[in-house]
Ligand binder design. Structure first.
Ligand SMILES: NC(=O)c1ccc[n+]([C@@H]2O[C@H](COP(=O)([O-])OP(=O)(O)OC[C@H]3O[C@@H](n4cnc5c(N)ncnc54)[C@H](OP(=O)(O)O)[C@@H]3O)[C@@H](O)[C@H]2O)c1
Length: 262
């Protein structure tokens, strides 16, 4: 087991990515502390894991609320003795409409930048304060290919994802000397998730294509001629969280199947 007895906290664990990562971590023996803004979906993931023989606790934590994150990490360290892995997978709801930058108001532009940077900063900083004592830990971020590719109609999403990747590198530069690795994953859109299904539908409609045609046009840009799956993303997350990845920090794994050059 690659994560046997590792204590892992996941933010946004009721979502598609957070839930898939939680299940994959559990299969590898991690002791999970799952959190989300709404308790119901997080509890459902935790119950699945416990029913399958794993260990998972569910809690309602707003990952933008400093006190709530700090209190929860204190609960985790009191109960499990330490925090080994912090994985933030929160996601803002998809906008209902796509607006060109020239028509976008500043509040809507700024929202993803302020939200993602605040949440990633808070969860990383508060976990790192606990990890430093053990000179060990892994902090993980998740971004998207819009961090690196000019993409129309994503508003502040591209700058937000680029900022999280910069934060991943800067945290690593400060924390790696103290034994803490900071690594990111940059998946392409995974069509089995509700988020991507919804945004493909909007893009497809705007381009006069069906969902299938739009999906196919994205898949055709990859080397594999298909988009990746949640399971493939979660397997990489397991490896990056494990001690097998001890040689990797300050980097973001490109999961674009070749559609985005390094
Ligand atoms: N899905 C993909 O294919 C894909 C690809 C590349 C990158 N990503 C990125 O990965 C992240 C997660 O994507 P996803 O598909 O898993 O999204 P998702 O299914 O919408 O899940 C996001 C989760 O985050 C929770 N959340 C939102 N704000 C929160 C907060 N302040 N505190 C705690 N939890 C909060 C949501 O809870 P509520 O429902 O209660 O708000 C939801 O459970 C996003 O940043 C997305 O851009 C996703």
């Amino acid at each position: 087991m690659m994560l046997k007895d590792k204590v892992a906290v996941i933010y946004g664990a009721g979502g598609a990515i957070g839930g898939a990562v939680a299940r994959a971590f559990a299969l590898e023996g991690a002791n999970l502390f799952l959190t989300g803004r709404s308790l119901g979906p997080v509890e459902a993931v935790a119950q699945d894991i416990v029913s399958a023989g794993g260990s998972a606790d569910a809690a309602e934590v707003d990952a933008l609320d400093e006190q709530a994150v700090d209190n929860h990490l204190q609960f985790v360290t009191d109960k499990a003795g330490r925090v080994d892995i912090s994985f933030n997978a929160i996601g803002l709801p998809n906008p209902k409409t796509r607006v060109p930058l020239i028509e976008l108001d500043v509040e809507r532009f700024s929202l993803p930048i302020a939200t993602y940077t605040r949440s990633y900063f808070l969860t990383a900083r508060l976990a790192a304060r606990r990890m430093v004592a053990n000179r060990s830990g892994v902090i993980m971020t998740i971004t998207a290919t819009i961090s690196r590719t000019g993409t129309p109609m994503v508003g502040g999403g591209g700058p937000a994802m680029a900022a999280v990747e910069a934060l991943t590198r800067d945290l690593s530069a400060e924390l790696a000397p103290q034994g803490i690795r900071v690594v990111g994953l940059r998946p392409q859109g995974i069509p089995e998730t509700a988020r991507i299904k919804g945004s493909f539908e909007l893009y497809a409609k705007a381009s006069g294509l069906t969902w299938e045609q739009f999906h196919e046009s994205l898949a055709s840009r990859t080397h594999t001629r298909r988009l990746s799956t949640l399971a493939e993303m979660a397997n990489v997350a397991v490896f990056m969280a494990s001690d097998k990845a001890s040689g990797m920090t300050g980097t973001v794994v490109n999961l674009s199947m070749g559609s985005l050059d390094d």
